[in-house]
Design a protein around this ligand. Structure first.
Ligand SMILES: [Zn+2]
Length: 66
């Protein structure tokens, strides 16, 4: 059974025959590499558009009765 490599950021399947990806391995693209870098450097979610729309990030609901 072959275990195909996937991008740790967006879980996209890596296409290793692309010359460009040799520079961004183990990520699928330069963008994902940057996202991972900012995550580690900031220690939390970076200010980049969220990859997961269902991520529990300040989604506590409406605050009507402040
Ligand atoms: Zn990716």
């Amino acid at each position: 059974m072959i275990r195909l490599p996937t991008c740790p950021v967006c879980k996209k399947l890596l296409v290793l025959d692309a010359q460009e990806q040799l520079n961004t391995f183990p990520f699928c693209s330069e963008r994902c590499r940057q996202i991972d870098f900012f995550r580690w450097s900031d220690g939390k979610h970076a200010i980049i558009e969220p990859l997961d729309p269902h991520a529990p990030d300040q989604a506590a609901g409406p605050t009507d009765d402040c």
